[in-house]
Design a protein around this ligand. Structure first.
Ligand code: ADP
Ligand code: MG
Length: 953
């Protein structure tokens, strides 16, 4: 029993208030066919909607089976609509994209009834209305009458106790109307049917009771019903009673969504594709930016591998020179130029001054302590290649050429004139194919200081960079960028490799030095060069095996000194016989492999020639420290083990005494040579007069002139013995000042440190150079900052000076790289925003246009949550699809895209790739964005009054 007591309802549109129902009271029996008649706008639909729980009344009460609905909550209304009410509308309100079976099933789906039962009951309901043969048709494949019958089946499928029909025949012709009315009359046999119509004939013919409505009030009632006074439930307090569940599980709503999407595949795919366009945009830009960033990172790492931060034990300020050179290069007349006379340009002199004054010694042992501390700031920025320490170990290498001649790998072929050696040095310098920064810096250093670095191995011998970790013999950078064309990499300290350049070449001089070509040919060639003749060089092929067969003999620096009978040591490195003896018992170095850079190597840190391992360096450091001569020198740090003289005599008298001892110990020919140089000098000095001595050319002139001037004229004709005798006499009579000068020029043989260095001593805590490798320019700059911080914390003398060549060369490049990175980032952000908005709008529109569908679902008892759930599941699925389509299309586009890119750039260095993480994030992003885009409209739609939603077309 349904009781409507004093219900009023008004609609407010702006300032206008429309009274749709005005104090309507009506009691309805459990089983009757009520027709509500009335002109349009009289409030019939409003009344029906209120009875059906689609609309709310303003005042009064609706009492259902004795229970007031005043305290009904949303879910009570949902349950009421789902279980108690069946709706039939004038415009059928079927969901167009679903089969009629699904349409009928919907009410059951909402109440969470299992699928098989749903099917069964829906089918039965359709049979009941005579549509058993049409279950799989879409609504638009049916006639109006058939559609209305589907709507009736849908209304009946839940077996409701009340069926409400709003002008069910309004859109039908009279014949069909009769069929529908027959059907409704059958329905009304065991339940309440309330039908709105404005066809009085039909109402008269079929209804059991006619209620006339006009301007929101009841005008007449053909069969009023007053319930028994004692059963008047309106007086009782309203108690809520659950009428059953009206709720879908998430799985059901997901299934329903899938089903929904499945019934409109084309639409779903199109929507997804529209959504995916944004994702494709981001994914493509992300791919390109990943490719470019990888390329930039690689370039940076390669550059930093080729040009690490090099800190030499001795350094100078390169940047100030570059700066002054750059300002010189500026064209045009400067504003401050004076033009009224001749002015000297002192910039050249100033440059030299600033250069020489900038030369500093770096305290690398202290710096190494800083580097050894794992907590030092610098370690945060050090790259994969780590920090490398260079130790300039000193050794010579000898080998036998194809003719059996003993060859010195240092370029000074044994027994040949120093002229030839010089040419060979020049030749090898010119041929040095791969000079790294350290070499360049060293060469510049020696050019500036005028000193050549003597404490080195043969030029063609280079240490192979060890790995950043202690146990790695050869760095990954080397093995990655070089291929072994024959043999293998060294596996022991006495194994070396021959390094070729990219074109399989190695300097001709090096080949002679290694004894792979006959030394005699080389010497002939050098002689010809010195004579100014043309030479024909030997450029024939040499077998790899020939190199692998060659044995090199390594003689550490300390071994080149032999002990004299008096306990002093003597250098024998220039004595052919002694060298031959040394070479025979020397350590054998085996060339175990031939390597060359890969064709596409980006960095080639190994110079062509022989590469040896850190093992050999370590061995030589230990060897020098354990050698007899080093031990002897260390035992007497004040005296030179080479001549048993004090390194620093106490005063001039001691120096003079040392000079006398020195001369006395010389052989006849040495004395004669000395006499020629000293006495001959003084003679010419005397004859040339004051000009020569002013020149400073005659160091000994004043002392020797008086005694030797006469004799000097005849000096050219004297024998060595006579000269030696005359020199002895001269020394015996020489004043202390002359002897001190002799001491300074000939005797003072360096100092303790120089001696140890000559013997090949290298301190492990005092590397010759430190190379700090980073992986990017930013890290390199950070390392520079870390060194500045280190410098801030130490004494002036311990401050580290180095030249940042990469910084000097690459500053503008870094700026460009940063600009590119920012531009790419901006692109990604913009496309992200654009596609978010696009996806949002697409989803918004697609949800909005289904407001009516939402209204239908609500009418059938779906709760707001159900609606949101279904729509969210749908938009989620579309978002997922959009993401997947986007990623798939992107991956496909990248194939021709990369080909185009490679073609445009001209190489394969830049590869656009979609990172896996990025792809996953984009799919998630697509889902999230679509959900957000759908959330707002679906929330809005769900919150909408179902009656209003249904009125939407
Ligand atoms: P009927 O179904 O008898 O033709 P309705 O119940 O649809 O009439 O409407 C009754 C009155 O209420 C009409 O004047 C109509 O304009 C008004 N009305 C109905 N629904 C709304 C609404 N959502 N907003 C404003 N006015 C409404
Ligand atoms: Mg109406």
């Amino acid at each position: 029993m349904l009781q409507i007591t004093s219900i009023s309802k008004q609609y407010k549109t702006g300032d206008f208030i429309q009274k749709a129902l005005d104090d309507v009271s009506l009691n309805l029996r459990d089983s009757e066919f009520v027709a509500i008649l009335g002109p349009s706008g009289s409030g019939k639909t409003t009344l029906l909607n209120i009875i059906g729980g689609l609309d709310r009344y303003d005042s009064g009460d609706l009492v259902i089976n004795g229970i007031s609905t005043k305290r009904y909550k949303d879910r009570d209304w949902d349950s009421y609509r789902n279980h108690t009410i069946g709706f039939v509308f004038q415009s059928y309100n079927l969901i167009p994209h679903q089969s009629i079976l699904s349409n009928v099933e919907l009410a059951l789906t909402i109440s969470g009834i299992p699928k098989s039962e749903r099917r069964e009951r829906a089918r039965k309901a359709l049979e009941q209305v005579g549509l058993g043969d049409h279950v799989d048709k879409r609504p638009n494949q049916l006639s109006g009458g058939q559609m209305q019958r589907v709507a009736i089946a849908r209304a009946l499928v839940n077996n409701p106790s009340i069926v409400l029909a709003d002008e069910p025949t309004g859109a039908l012709d009279s014949d069909t109307s009769v069929q529908i009315m027959d059907l409704l009359r059958d329905v009304a046999r065991d339940r309440l049917v309330v039908m709105v119509t404005h066809n009085p004939e039909l109402a008269e013919q079929y209804a059991t009771r006619i209620v006339e409505l006009r301007d929101g009030t009841i005008r007449s009632d053909s069969d009023p019903f007053e319930p028994e006074p004692e059963s008047d439930a309106a007086a009782k307090p309203a108690v809520h009673r659950t009428m059953g569940r009206a709720s879908m599980s998430f799985a059901t709503s997901l299934a329903l969504s899938f089903n929904n999407l499945g019934t409109k595949k084309a639409r779903t795919i199109l929507t997804s594709f529209a959504g995916s366009i944004g994702i494709i945009g981001i994914a493509l830009i992300l791919s390109i930016s990943t490719g470019v960033n990888t390329y930039i990172t690689n370039i940076q790492r390669d550059t930093m591998t080729s040009y690490p931060i090099e800190i030499q034990s001795q350094s100078f300020d390169m940047s100030s020179i570059m700066k002054s050179q750059m300002s010189d290069a500026e064209e045009g007349r400067s504003a401050s130029a004076k033009t009224d006379g001749i002015y000297p340009d002192d910039s050249g002199i100033k440059q030299v001054t600033s250069l020489t004054s900038s030369i500093t010694k770096n305290n690398l042992s202290k710096f190494k302590k800083y580097l050894d501390d794992p907590n030092s700031e610098i370690h945060k920025y050090v790259g994969a290649n780590g920090i490398q320490y260079t130790y300039d170990v000193k050794f010579s290498v000898y080998d036998r050429d194809p003719k059996g001649t003993l060859v010195n790998a240092d370029g000074v072929t044994v027994g040949k004139s120093s002229d030839t050696a010089m040419s060979s040095k020049m030749a090898s310098l010119g041929a040095q194919s791969s000079q790294n920064m350290a070499d360049i810096q060293r060469t510049q250093m020696s050019m500036i200081t005028g000193k050549t670095d003597e404490n080195t191995a043969p030029d063609s011998f280079n240490e192979i960079m060890p790995g950043a970790k202690n146990n790695q013999r050869i760095s990954k950078v080397i093995t990655d960028n070089y291929e072994v064309v024959k043999g293998s990499w060294p596996k022991a300290r006495d194994q070396v490799v021959l390094v070729l350049d990219q074109n399989n070449k190695v300097s001709l001089t090096t080949l002679y030095e290694l004894g792979l070509l006959p030394a005699s040919d080389y010497n002939d060639m050098m002689t010809k060069i010195n004579d100014g003749k043309d030479v024909k060089t030997d450029t024939g092929r040499i077998d790899y095996d020939k190199a692998l067969d060659q044995t090199l003999r390594l003689v550490p620096a300390a071994d080149q000194y032999v002990k004299n009978a008096d306990g002093t040591y003597r250098y024998v490195g220039d004595d052919a016989d002694e060298v031959a003896k040394l070479a025979d018992k020397a350590m054998k170095l085996k060339i175990v492999g031939v390597v060359r850079p890969h064709a596409d190597s980006k960095t080639t840190p190994l110079a062509a020639g022989i590469g040896y391992t850190r093992d050999l360096t370590n061995y030589l450091i230990d060897y020098a420290n354990d050698s007899a001569i080093v031990k002897a020198q260390k035992a007497s740090p004040k005296r030179n083990v080479l001549n048993d003289l004090a390194f620093s005599p106490a005063d001039d008298n001691a120096k003079a005494a040392d000079a006398k001892t020195y001369v006395a110990g010389l052989g006849v020919s040495d004395k004669a040579t000395m006499a020629r140089s000293m006495l001959g000098d003084s003679a010419s000095g005397a004859s040339a007069g004051s000009a020569a001595s002013a020149n400073g050319a005659s160091a000994y002139g004043t002392a020797g002139a008086s005694g030797a001037a006469g004799a000097s004229a005849a000096m050219g004709t004297m024998s060595e013995q006579q000269l030696a005798d005359q020199f002895d006499a001269y020394i015996a009579a020489a004043p202390t000042s002359t002897l001190v000068k002799i001491y300074d020029q000939y005797v003072s043989s360096g100092n303790y440190d120089d001696n140890l260095a000559a013997f090949g001593v290298v301190g492990r805590d005092a590397p010759t150079a430190i190379s700090i490798y980073t992986d990017s320019f930013d890290d390199k700059n950070a390392v520079g900052d870390a060194i500045s911080h280190y410098n801030d914390g130490v004494k002036k003398a311990d401050k580290i000076v180095y030249n940042d060549y990469v910084g000097l060369m690459m500053n503008s490049v870094t700026t460009i790289i940063n600009v590119i990175s920012y531009v790419l980032m901006a692109f990604v952000s913009v496309s992200l925003i654009v596609s978010s908005i696009m996806i949002g709008i697409i989803t918004y529109i697609s949800v909005l246009e289904r407001t009516k569908e939402i209204g239908i679902l609500r009418a059938m008892g779906a709760s707001k949550r159900n609606i949101s759930q279904v729509f969210n599941a749908e938009t989620g699925i579309i978002g997922l699809l959009a993401g997947l389509i986007g990623i798939g299309v992107t991956l496909l586009l990248l194939i021709p895209g990369n080909q185009l890119l490679h073609h445009l750039i001209g190489n394969n260095d830049v590869n656009a790739v979609l990172p896996v993480g990025g792809g996953v994030i984009l799919v998630v992003l697509s889902v999230v964005l679509t959900l957000i885009g759908g959330l707002i409209p679906s929330k809005k739609a769900a919150r909408q009054d179902p009656a209003t939603a249904l009125r939407t077309e």
